[in-house]
Design a protein around this ligand. Structure first.
Ligand code: ZN
Length: 309
């Protein structure tokens, strides 16, 4: 968190069909025809079917019907592109057992630029306009648990403990059961973040993330003073970085790059949808929504540590 000037004070039904219909679509099959499979295309926001989506696979285009279903020929693994109004272009690898495709929804106030900043732009490059820095692959915690280990100083400060508890509750709510954030006196599980107060850091709060093959594997969080450690917004914002978020362009968001007196204690709806989709995708997803081209990179066993404020 960068304090805004002096503000720290306080500032589908997928199935293999030989014959028959699904949602009214007619399937041209016979003993001689190609075997068809039905894919269901749904919105990652509300699981609603996506009608009129165009799927390109094997050099042919197909369109979803009124139930979000589409029949395509059986095949082995194949590249798949899915385009639909108000969704990010999805580029993925379709496996023979896949039954549905989940698209990343957009909407008023939730445009591609928003997602691009929050997920794919290095946080330290974000200001009030979309960063011109290169997009980076998405990264997030893939282990089921994040163990937060506060320093003795934080453990002994009642207000800091309350702020951390509030932030943990918020993280557990927005990750919808996919991750468990816990406060522990010693590390539990594989992903640990240590929290401390350190007056020597250059920002009001800083988080270092260790990243391996686009998975966040641990790190630490420092607050410049107890004023930050006691502020639920500051603590929750840093835990947003722990999860894998970068910075938002929207001042009313938890992940806005500046802390303001009006900064929220809860993630906004647009941030919650972003978190849901981020966790549904494998780490290493590429903007706009491509988990096909980055797979080789994501599998590389390289580690790095990234600091975010
Ligand atoms: Zn930040």
């Amino acid at each position: 968190v960068r304090g805004a000037s002096r503000s720290l004070a306080l500032v589908s039904v997928g199935s293999i069909l030989l014959v028959g219909g699904c949602g009214g679509s007619s399937l041209p099959t016979s003993a001689n025809g190609p075997l068809l499979r039905v894919l269901s295309v749904v919105s990652g926001g509300d699981e609603d079917p996506v009608t009129g989506a165009t799927l390109v696979v094997g050099g042919h285009a197909y369109q979803t019907d009124g139930s979000g279903h589409v029949s395509i020929p059986e095949s082995g693994a194949a590249d798949l592109d899915v385009q639909a109004d108000n969704y990010l272009l999805r580029q993925t690898r379709l496996n023979p057992t896949d039954k549905r495709v989940v698209l990343w929804p957009l909407g008023p106030g939730y445009r591609s630029e928003y997602v691009r900043s929050l997920i794919y732009k290095p946080s330290y490059t974000t200001s009030d306009v979309l960063s011109s820095a290169d997009d980076v692959p998405s990264h997030h915690v893939t282990a089921g648990r994040v163990s937060l280990v506060p320093s003795a100083g934080i453990q002994g400060d009642a207000a800091a403990v309350r702020a951390l508890d509030a932030a943990v509750a918020e993280m557990n709510a927005v990750t919808e059961g996919h991750l468990a954030f816990t406060v522990d006196t010693r590390p539990v599980g594989t992903v640990t973040f240590r929290l401390s107060v350190d007056s020597s850091i250059a920002s009001a709060a800083l988080t270092w993330r260790d990243v391996r093959a686009s998975s966040i594997t641990g790190g630490r969080i420092c607050f410049q003073s107890f004023a930050g450690a006691r502020d639920p917004h500051y603590v929750t914002h840093e835990l947003g970085h722990v999860l894998g978020l970068e910075h938002s362009l929207v001042p009313s968001d938890m992940m806005y790059f500046l802390a303001l007196p009006t900064s929220p204690r809860h993630f906004t709806e647009n941030e919650r949808i972003s978190i849901r989709l981020l966790l549904q995708r494998p780490p290493g997803n590429r903007y706009p929504d491509n988990d096909r081209d980055g797979i080789a990179t994501a599998n590389a066993a390289t580690g790095s540590s990234v600091a975010v404020d």
